[in-house]
Design a binder for this molecule. Sequence first.
Ligand code: DX5
Ligand code: ZN
Length: 217
Amino acid sequence: MKKISPSILSADFTKLSKELADLEAAGADYLHVDVMDGRFVPNITIGPFIVEALRRGTRLPLDVHLMIEEPERYIADFAKAGASIITVHAEATRHLHKVVQAIKEHGAKAGVSLNPATPVSALEDIAADVDLVLIMSVNPGFSGQGFIPGALRKIKAARALIKGVGRPIELEVDGGIKTSNIAEAGAAGADVFVSGSGILGAQDYKKTIAAMRQALG
Ligand code: DX5
Ligand code: ZN
């Protein structure tokens, strides 16, 4: 089944619990949580303290995207805060295999993400250990950027790699996903779609998510 993962980064944080309730009622499958450290990416956003509050505020699985240097330093904290999936960047650690094992040992699902210029081949020797692959379709750091078309080719290549592994691995795409382009990402092989401004920038979350599902067919 195709899953929609709205990014809380585009929410109005003065009314966070209403935003969570609205996204849940709108039919979101996951809640995407963008964690940025001001080092791996220029922006600074959410830490384990807020993830813990989000955990209390929604029943949706928390899809935590760590855009931080040396994510190994914080796996235990985000797992304890209630992350369901913890995704780290291949570019952010020297010890990707070790980090992936640590995520699983802490009881979360493990994801690995690739920046736009990182080839899918970087996943070859880790794919069998992960639960999710995340292809970035923008340079991470900010919501509201345009989809980089080259991501479609990478999604196709990642789908082929996953097929070769032969066990279920979710293929997520993140950045610039809207109702108007979600079908292309789906046709390329993605099955989890992150959308920040595409959903939370719309008047009606429920209609927008329904339109995305319809576009996916
Ligand atoms: C970008 C983040 C994305 C972002 C998505 O660094 O990882 O998850 O919030 O926002 P949109 O959908 O607006 O590109
Ligand atoms: Zn993200």
